[in-house]
Design a protein. Structure first.
Length: 314
């Protein structure tokens, strides 16, 4: 057995939460204590050079060495929350969700993994992804790299009604919303930022075409997240609506929202929020009789027209 294989075996024992004894290792591998000490020193050096979230320590009470997790590592509580969020999103295929969850679990010591697995077992078993069936991880990563490099790409894209089109775009941000990942990209042909569902991108490749954008024209995805709902952009407006529902839910839906007036007798409040019209309209309509839009008047008229169209269906 060569030194590299011996050191890998020792590292595997350590990462599996075993306490390793130098004398026992020397007997197992038929080498001297000095050789085992050198192996442990090289493992400690490897951990330091790779900035791993581990520390090799000597446990005097056990007369052995143990690999402990440093404070900089992710906690089991955080990993559990991330897994729960991922499962609830339903955004990845079963295979990619399995890959993602197993990868997150591998960040933890074996004991913590074994503690989490029963908690998520039932939810993993009944996991039901959305229906597009497209693997996303590679495309999301590639698009993220293109955003960082400000690299234009040509995509083959399947539109909502199955039509296949080719578009040359400048990816600017990736946002997740309501089960789907979207890339927000500048399309020079239409001189606007458009939304493309990542699962509908059938092929993408770099292009030599340059699509210049000034700093003022660039998309700020953090700011966009505060104003955008249901990936329906529309025009940005400040809307006021009277609300009889759960106030917290409305304030959470619109990060810019604030309560500007209360109506104790009616158990209602007046909420003001700045958002893109399309997504705001969809959410407000979903609240039924709990909402009355009061401003701006153009938005009120739009709601009245939409509600009348809904009534005409019945």
């Amino acid at each position: 057995m060569n030194a590299a294989y011996r050191q890998l075996t020792i590292f595997q024992l350590l990462i599996s939460q075993h306490i390793v004894n130098k004398a026992a290792l020397a007997d197992q591998f038929h080498v001297s204590l000095r050789v085992i000490q050198r192996d442990l020193s090289q493992i400690r050096q490897f951990i330091a050079e790779q900035n791993l979230f581990y520390q090799l320590v000597y446990r005097r009470q056990f007369d052995g060495y143990q690999l402990i997790t440093t404070q900089a590592s992710v906690s089991k509580q955080a990993v559990l929350v991330l897994i729960k969020i991922a499962l609830a999103s339903r955004s990845l295929t079963t295979a990619e969700m399995t890959q993602t969850i197993d990868g997150l679990l591998q960040l933890l010591p074996l004991a913590d993994q074994q503690e989490i697995r029963p908690i998520i077992k039932n939810e993993r078993f009944y996991y039901q992804p959305v229906h597009h069936g497209q693997d996303l991880l590679t495309n999301i990563w590639e698009l993220s790299q293109f955003i960082t490099q400000q690299q234009a790409v040509t995509i083959t894209y399947q539109k909502q009604h199955k039509e296949i089109v080719t578009r040359t775009i400048l990816p600017e941000a990736i946002i997740f919303s309501e089960y789907y990942f979207y890339v927000i990209a500048y399309n020079a042909k239409y001189d606007s930022n458009l939304f493309y569902r990542v699962d509908r991108i059938r092929h993408l490749q770099t292009t030599s075409q340059t699509i210049p954008r000034t700093r003022a024209q660039r998309v700020e995805d953090g700011e966009l997240r505060r104003l955008l709902h249901y990936m329906q952009p529309g025009k940005k407006l400040t809307v006021q609506f009277k609300f009889w529902g759960i106030v917290e839910a409305a304030l959470d839906r619109f990060p810019t929202a604030k309560v500007v007036k209360k109506y104790p007798a009616e158990k209602a409040v007046l909420i003001e929020a700045t958002a893109f019209a399309g997504g705001a309209k969809m959410w407000l309509l979903s609240q039924g009789a709990n909402v009355q839009v009061v401003a701006p008047q153009s938005f009120v008229t739009e709601f009245q027209t939409e509600i009348q169209r809904m009534a005409d269906r019945y």
